[in-house]
Design a protein around this ligand. Structure first.
Ligand code: SAM
Length: 307
């Protein structure tokens, strides 16, 4: 088991203590959760959520030494408030969200997370969610203009129109290998990224409603924190990081009226304090052992006392 991204930074940010209650909303293989439980020994508790049943199985095994101090639930972090009610937890001392895809998911064949292997074009974190569209459904059914917009918006792919047009002509596309070779034909020129990287990211974000999920969880997380409790979020792409940054900025201000308004009319009160004005990034040493960590950005905020 390799160490999760920004492991020490997460433990430093949350400062887990005994008798504390913590939530890992993206428990994955349980790496951060393990550290939180260990630092909160002997009786800190952790609620771990994940939408991927395979990830939960791994986390269950890894966190077994902590017995009932670790509770794992197959649920989306977008249902955080509901999950806390189910646990009977009125407030928590820390929440961590390590967004995006895990190394386990990238390495597990058959789920379509890596375009380096030929697998069905699925890309859902939760393959048990019946009726939810897969990446194959999107590429085979969306009108060209919608597909191009999706690839542009979520993948920040400047050649999105050309990519969408090539995909439409190659339909039906069923596997990651097929799609990667279609995209390779469409892309002109190149940078250090594989030509399919941006389009595959876009499809994953769309299939899992990743940006909406982050927007949904932020107010629930702040609401759930006890005064002094901390929320730590690791984002892996600029779109997610921007949502977190904008929310933290806004919620750490007492007034959110436009600067042109001379007198405050909004009555907005700050609910948090930003601990990291600039995001924490991985060290060169960490990137060497885990290249995926390169794009990680950690932001931390602390709940202010309620007035
Ligand atoms: C980067 S991994 C987390 C790794 C984890 N921090 C560790 O230490 O092993 C992200 C995890 O979030 C999960 N995930 C993605 N969207 C989710 C959501 N809306 N609710 C809960 N889990 C989600 C993924 O299935 C994946 O297992």
């Amino acid at each position: 088991m390799h160490q999760p991204v920004l492991y020490k930074d997460i433990i430093t940010a949350l400062q887990p203590r005994r008798e504390g209650k913590y939530v890992d909303g993206t428990v994955g293989a349980g790496g951060h959760a393990f550290g939180i439980l260990e630092a909160g020994s002997p009786d800190g508790q952790l609620l771990g959520l994940d939408v991927d049943p395979q990830a939960l199985e791994i986390a269950r095994e890894r966190l077994a030494p902590f017995g009932p101090r670790a509770v794992l639930v197959h649920a989306s972090y977008t249902t955080l408030a509901e999950q806390l009610i189910a646990q009977g937890w009125a407030a928590v001392d820390g929440i961590v969200l390590d967004l995006g895809v895990s190394s386990m998911q990238l390495d597990t064949s058959g789920r379509g997370f890596s375009f380096r292997e030929d697998a069905p074009l699925d890309r859902r974190f939760d393959p048990t969610r019946s009726g939810s569209p897969t990446a194959a459904d999107l590429v085979n059914t969306l009108p060209e203009a919608e597909l191009a917009d999706l690839i542009y918006r979520y993948g920040e792919e400047r050649q999105s129109r050309r990519v969408a047009r090539t995909i439409i002509h190659a339909r039906p596309v069923h596997t990651t290998g097929q799609l990667a070779s279609v995209i390779r034909k469409a892309i002109r020129g190149g940078d250090h990224l594989h030509p399919a990287t941006r389009t595959f990211q876009a499809l994953r974000i769309a299939v899992n409603n990743e940006l909406e999920a982050v927007e949904t969880v932020l107010p629930q997380a702040i609401q759930a924190l006890a005064p002094g409790g901390r929320l730590a979020i690791i984002a892996f792409h600029s779109l997610e990081d921007r949502i977190v940054k904008t929310y933290f900025r806004r919620e750490s201000r007492d007034c959110i009226c436009p600067p042109s308004q001379p007198v405050c009319g909004c009555g907005h009160k700050a609910s948090l304090r930003e601990i990291t004005r600039k995001p924490v990034q991985t060290s060169a040493e960490e990137i060497e052992t885990n290249p995926r960590a390169r794009s990680a950005r950690l932001r931390v905020a602390e709940r202010l006392p309620k007035f």
